[in-house]
Design a protein around this ligand. Structure first.
Ligand SMILES: Cc1cc2nc3c(=O)[nH]c(=O)nc-3n(C[C@H](O)[C@H](O)[C@H](O)COP(=O)(O)OP(=O)(O)OC[C@H]3O[C@@H](n4cnc5c(N)ncnc54)[C@H](O)[C@@H]3O)c2cc1C
Ligand code: FES
Ligand code: FES
Length: 496
């Protein structure tokens, strides 16, 4: 019999407009966007694409992390309502001030002529507000964003009519206007009032939604519901429901499992919990592998990275996923857990065939361990996609080797977009190992790539394009590293 956590609660509670909203009996896959527009009378948040791409549905969510309020912009079109339990939701309707005047973000948009048709505008405003909050934490103008940060905050918002210049200008202009304080302490109190001590367990027309709080509860639920869909940030699963009309069946949401939300480091490894967001992963790796930053910046958009997890990217195992080639080349390990215990696998051994991995039905992925930089190792990662920002890779490459006495050892080459799974290039690595890093070696390795991979043609790229791009990226790696002294453990740099 299914063992359900004791005293599980079935009512969803969240904060909206400073008040607690309670929702009973709801379809587990009802989106936050649908609920806002259809049940809560908040039509300011729009639906454009319903797949996390356009940003018209951007809202800001507030939650408690280590007792502190954290605010992040997310796409409400792919977030399921029950995942909102215990959090606060802010929409464009919340920005107008008590005296009816506009918030500086809105005022700046007006002054800079940042809105034309207006359909995308609420989403832009909410993304800008998310950034505004980061720079006004103490109720004053703590710091001003660089233009690159404004652009980054807007990578998830599409405007098809004006071009982006006036909107970017508004992102700077809003800091010239008198600061409007955000009352974090009051929100913290409200969030504490709805903090859930027990698991959430909803049943609606035979479909279950579970949100355990602890790893023990999660593993127990997995054991008793091996067919349930594990849900993390919902940036893949949300699309399956919205676009492919797939029925996920019972759902086990891991976003509230405390043990999966930590990042830990020891002398050799960084351990990222499976429910850590891509944004927090990026922050943690920024210092350790700073050159990877461009790849992370180009991974989806900020709202997708705020919701999506590294664990979800790795577990989903898409052949065009961006994190896996770099993680495989770095020798990352994954930890899988069940009620029977835990086991560790090299990430490259997780993938069996197209979208099939080695996670057993009663297991969950709990962590990804990433080795810290080793002295003398060269490492680069590159992403090629049709659109620079917020686009899925056509080809994603990662290369690494150690140079010992002028010869290559431990060459590691992995690609996304070149095979049915993210995969290493064994013959290419063999063509590099033991050789000097010169033009002849690079050319031999490029030739070997054509034997390692027979890529597919699809809407993103033809087979020929993928192969020649992969070869050119390898050559770029050669050009960037041929004259470079091996890097020390503290100065490893990675370029995307
Ligand atoms: C607009 C948009 C742009 C995107 N751009 C990119 C991009 O540039 N690069 C890229 O690589 N990806 C991209 N993605 C895909 C997606 O954001 C990532 O794959 C993300 O990391 C998935 O994480 P998640 O937490 O949202 O996973 P979810 O959607 O919650 O889950 C994904 C899959 O993993 C499984 N799963 C999740 N966690 C676990 C676990 N702990 N144990 C076992 N199984 C688990 C789920 O059951 C499901 O099968 C994009 C998605 C969107 C919507
Ligand atoms: S409606 Fe387009 S991102 Fe949500
Ligand atoms: S103002 Fe309408 S699409 Fe941007």
């Amino acid at each position: 019999m299914a063992t359900q956590p004791e005293m599980a609660r079935s009512q969803i509670r969240f904060i909206l407009g400073g008040k607690i909203v309670s929702v009973d009996a709801i379809e587990p896959t009802r989106t936050v966007l649908a609920h806002l527009r259809e049940s809560l009378g908040r039509p300011g948040t729009k639906e454009g694409c319903a797949e996390g791409d356009c940003g018209a549905c951007t809202v800001v969510m507030g939650e408690l992390c280590d007792g502190q309020v954290r605010m992040k912009a997310v796409n409400s079109c792919i977030q399921f309502l029950p995942t909102l339990d215990g959090k606060a939701l802010f929409t464009v309707e919340d920005l107008r001030r008590e005296d009816g005047t506009l918030h500086p973000v809105q005022e700046a948009m007006v002054e800079c002529h940042g809105s034309q048709c207006g359909f995308c505008t609420p989403g832009f405003v909410m993304s800008l507000w998310g950034m505004y909050l980061q720079h006004t934490k103490s109720g004053v103008n703590d710091s001003r964003p660089e233009e690159s940060e404004i652009r980054s905050a807007l990578t998830g918002n599409l405007c098809r009519c004006t071009g982006y210049r006036p909107i970017i200008e508004a992102g700077a202009k809003m800091f010239d206007l008198p600061i409007v304080d955000f009352h974090r302490d009051a929100l913290r109190e409200n969030l504490l009032a709805i903090k859930r001590e027990s698991a959430l367990s909803i049943e609606y027309k035979g479909q279950h939604f579970f949100a355990p709080n602890s790893l023990a509860e999660l593993l127990q639920l997995r054991a008793t519901h091996p067919k349930a869909t594990v849900l993390a940030g919902s940036t893949d699963v949300g699309l399956w429901v919205n676009k492919q009309f797939r029925d996920p069946g019972d759902i086990i949401f891991i976003g509230e499992v405390a043990e999966l939300k930590t990042i830990q480091a020891n002398a050799t490894m960084l351990t990222i919990g499976a429910a850590v967001s891509l944004s927090d992963t990026y922050e943690a790796l920024r210092e350790i592998y700073p050159g990877m930053n461009e790849m992370w910046e180009r991974f989806a958009s900020q709202p997708i990275r705020n919701a999506g997890t590294l664990g979800g990217n790795v577990a989903n195992g898409s052949p065009i996923g961006d994190s896996m080639p770099a993680l495989i080349v770095l020798g990352a390990l994954v930890t899988l857990a069940s009620v029977a215990g835990t086991r560790q696998l090299a990430l490259e051994d997780l993938y069996i065939t197209y979208m099939k991995n080695a996670i057993a039905p009663n297991e969950v992925l709990t962590a990804i361990e990433i080795p810290l930089p080793k002295s003398g190792r060269q490492f680069r990662t590159y992403k090629v996609s049709k659109r620079f920002d917020s686009d899925i890779s056509a080809v994603c490459a990662a290369f690494s080797f150690l140079l010992v006495d002028g010869r290559i050892t431990d060459a590691r080459v992995a690609f996304g977009g070149m095979a049915a799974t993210p995969r290493r290039a064994a013959l290419t690595e063999a063509a590099m190992n033991g050789k000097q890093w010169n033009e002849a070696t690079a050319r031999a390795a490029m030739a070997a790539l054509a034997i390692d991979y027979v890529p597919l043609s699809d809407m993103r790229a033809s087979s020929e394009y993928r192969l020649s791009t992969a070869q050119n990226l390898l050559y770029r790696f050669y050009l960037e590293t041929r004259m470079v002294e091996p890097l020390s453990a503290t100065s490893v740099s990675v370029f995307a």
